[in-house]
Design a protein. Structure first.
Length: 176
């Protein structure tokens, strides 16, 4: 009887450890996006707007479609700051350079950017218009993740002025 009890206890412990290991592996596979990564932007330039705005389409990820929309807005602003926008596919816009050219700016000024990109943070001031009411490009990637494409207008010139005020971007010469 003691032998049977020990065997059951060892089996139960092994099963428990296996479940914990599988759960940890699945958590590691979840895609974690960070604003300061230079590789995770999915952006398409649609056009150049008036008054220094850029019209872009950005894809974001989240547990819900609403979370994915928020992520897309964050990534749109982050792309303008750290990477710039690609040229428009139909020739409607030239490539737009990154506002901050220092590759280490996100880590050097981490305190500022963490606060800037916090939920409901200052970055939202630079998203003028977006199609986040009913996103048409919405895909359920897996059971826990949505991918949503959001068209938005980024106030690129205003964002550049803010980065210049903070000392992260070099001021452009207005004359020749």
């Amino acid at each position: 009887m003691k032998r049977l009890f020990k065997t059951l206890a060892i089996s139960a412990m092994g099963l428990l450890l296996t479940c914990i290991a599988v759960n940890a592996q699945s958590r590691n596979k979840v895609r974690k996006l960070e604003y300061n990564s230079q590789y995770n932007y999915e952006v398409a330039t649609l056009a150049v707007g008036v008054d220094g705005t850029k019209l872009v389409k950005v894809w974001g990820y989240g547990k819900t479609a609403e979370d994915a929309v928020r992520n897309a807005k964050e990534l749109g602003v982050a792309c303008a700051i750290f990477r710039g926008f690609p040229a428009g596919s139909n020739g409607s816009a030239a490539p737009t350079p990154a506002i901050v050219t220092d590759a280490n700016a996100a880590t050097t000024h981490e305190d500022y950017f963490v606060k800037f990109f916090e939920p409901g943070g200052k970055y939202l001031q630079y998203v003028n218009l977006s199609t986040d009411g009913i996103p048409t490009d919405r895909v359920k990637v897996n059971k826990k993740t949505y991918k949503v494409g959001v068209e938005m207008s980024i106030a690129y010139d205003e964002l550049r002025k803010e980065m210049e005020r903070q000392g992260f971007a070099r001021k452009l010469n207005s004359g020749f």
